[in-house]
Design a protein around this ligand. Structure first.
Ligand SMILES: Cc1cc2nc3c(=O)[nH]c(=O)nc-3n(C[C@H](O)[C@H](O)[C@H](O)COP(=O)(O)OP(=O)(O)OC[C@H]3O[C@@H](n4cnc5c(N)ncnc54)[C@H](O)[C@@H]3O)c2cc1C
Length: 450
């Protein structure tokens, strides 16, 4: 059988892979793409988008709860089945529309994990294919916990597809996915416990800001077990028992369902990277500043799977894809040089962050000033009777520019985007204060934060 030859072979049809494939095909290159799951990737089917649909309904409930007795007569009830049906209207068609669009762009599709045979050759669907450039954009998958009973653990995909909400849930891991799901589940009526290895949830986020969220989560009924290392999961008659080590003792908590939200790792196991001379590390495919593999120069990598050092998020995946497609099409001219990247936890209230934490500003030797305030008395929070609103800003004293902003607020996700503009535009605090924003909006409040 003749060996098929392509200019570019992309592995992974998520945000990153699709984008490179379309750009290269539009340039007239012969492009193929492969995925070993439903085409379309994580964000739209098993990540950001379906999650945000579930969060949306709980936002409506939370607002009603805040205003109960202040114009709202009673808090509405959740219909989980109807909510899942509504969510499906966003996710169900993605594989079909993705394949239709790739087909229209003239891109050849393979429905299996390719494996490297050598630097430019892959084996896929029983065929041998060659490509001048190979792009690895396979994303991440949940980290497997190497404990007895790990097969009883469910993952984020399962949570987003739950036909019924169990009456009790344990989340192993209090990262952003565990925290967001815990808030959804608790607001929809489940008894939720988070078992976390560290001393608090959301390790990379500002500790002071997170302390407000921890308290609000506890008030919602979420139980935290910190400094606990999960050691086993057992199946009981109705429940699962999660055992963990804490303070040198083995303890346990029971629940109807247990989710592994302990973190995500690069999806690279099925690719036979050694045969392709593709170097990799803990964070994924090893890349240089052009997002080209450090050992196989025909390989580029973008999105969550690349060990580029950027956060594994949808907007960074798109940006990395843009760099890879430029470098493949025009030669290595575009380096990865990212501006500050915002990150949002879609709990209620949201936690949003950008730039340096206080500790990082100190480590880097900046001459800085920190402003940390709890401001539930500000009008935006007060008018909806929201009790949690706080911010921390870190400002460079010499240049009067923002080095970092950390917010907990109903609309922190939108507010942080204004700090993106301020930081990328190198606006001084004076510049920000001199601007006129619409009132009364959450965005206008940033003038009081700098
Ligand atoms: C529950 C959850 C919530 C999230 N929420 C947010 C959010 O609110 N905001 C945000 O910015 N980010 C969020 N993310 C992260 C975001 O989804 C990812 O950063 C983004 O989808 C990464 O895109 P990607 O193209 O790199 O990888 P993916 O979209 O994961 O695509 C990789 C593709 O490669 C395929 N693949 C894997 N291995 C192979 C193989 N061996 N062969 C062939 N194909 C393979 C996969 O099936 C997948 O289709 C969330 C993630 C999860 C899991």
């Amino acid at each position: 059988m003749a060996i098929k030859e392509y200019d570019v072979f992309v592995i992974g049809t998520g945000t990153a892979g699709k984008s490179v494939a379309y750009d290269c095909a539009a340039e007239g290159m012969k492009v193929a793409i492969a995925d070993n799951r439903e085409f379309g990737g994580t964000c739209s089917q098993r990540g950001c988008d379906p999650k945000k649909v579930l969060v949306g309904i709980t936002e409506a409930m939370h607002l009603a709860a805040c205003l109960e007795g202040k114009g709202i007569a009673s808090v509405p009830k959740i219909d989980w089945t109807a909510l899942q049906k509504f969510k499906s209207t966003f996710t169900d068609a993605i594989p079909f529309t993705t394949e239709r669009d790739l087909n229209e762009a003239g891109i050849t599709m393979y429905h299996q994990s390719p494996q490297f045979l050598d630097e430019n050759t892959l084996s896929v669907e029983g065929k041998t294919v060659k490509a001048k450039k190979i792009v690895i954009a396979t994303g991440q998958k949940p980290m497997e916990l190497k404990i007895p009973g790990r097969d009883y653990l469910k993952i984020s995909d399962d949570f987003l597809e739950l036909p019924e909400l169990p009456e009790s849930i344990v989340f192993v891991g209090g990262g952003y996915i565990g925290m967001e799901f815990a808030h959804i589940a608790a607001r929809c009526g489940a008894k939720v416990t988070i078992v976390e290895f560290g001393p608090r949830p959301l390790g990379p986020f500002d500790a002071d800001i997170v302390s407000h969220l921890t308290k609000a989560s506890e008030e919602l009924g979420i139980k935290f077990i910190f400094n606990a290392k999960v050691s086993e999961v057992e199946k009981l008659q109705k429940n699962y028992r999660v055992s963990f080590q804490k303070n040198g003792k083995t303890q346990s908590v029971d629940a109807r369902m247990v989710f592994n939200t302990a973190g995500r790792v690069p999806s690279i196991d099925d690719l036979d990277l050694e045969k392709g001379n593709v170097s990799f590390e803990k964070g994924g495919i090893s890349v240089n500043e052009y997002l080209q593999n450090t050992t196989n120069k025909s390989v580029y990598s973008c999105g969550d799977v690349s060990a580029s050092g950027s956060l594994p998020l949808t907007p960074t995946s798109s940006q990395e894809a843009r760099i890879v497609s430029l470098n493949i099409r025009k030669g290595n001219h575009t380096k990865m040089d990212f501006p500050p990247v915002p990150s949002v936890v879609f709990t209620i209230p949201q936690v949003a962050t950008i730039g340096l934490t206080e500790e990082e500003a100190k480590e880097k030797g900046y001459n800085y000033v920190v402003e940390y305030k709890s401001v539930p008395q500000w009008f935006n929070a007060k008018r909806i009777n929201e009790k949690v609103y706080a911010y921390k800003t870190i400002v460079d004293k010499d240049r009067n520019i923002v080095l970092g902003a950390h917010i907990i607020a109903s609309e922190a996700g939108e507010m942080i985007n204004l700090f993106v503009l301020a930081m990328c535009g190198k606006l001084t605090c004076e510049n920000i204060k001199a601007m006129i924003f619409a009132y009364p909006t959450w965005g206008n409040d940033i003038k009081g934060m700098v």
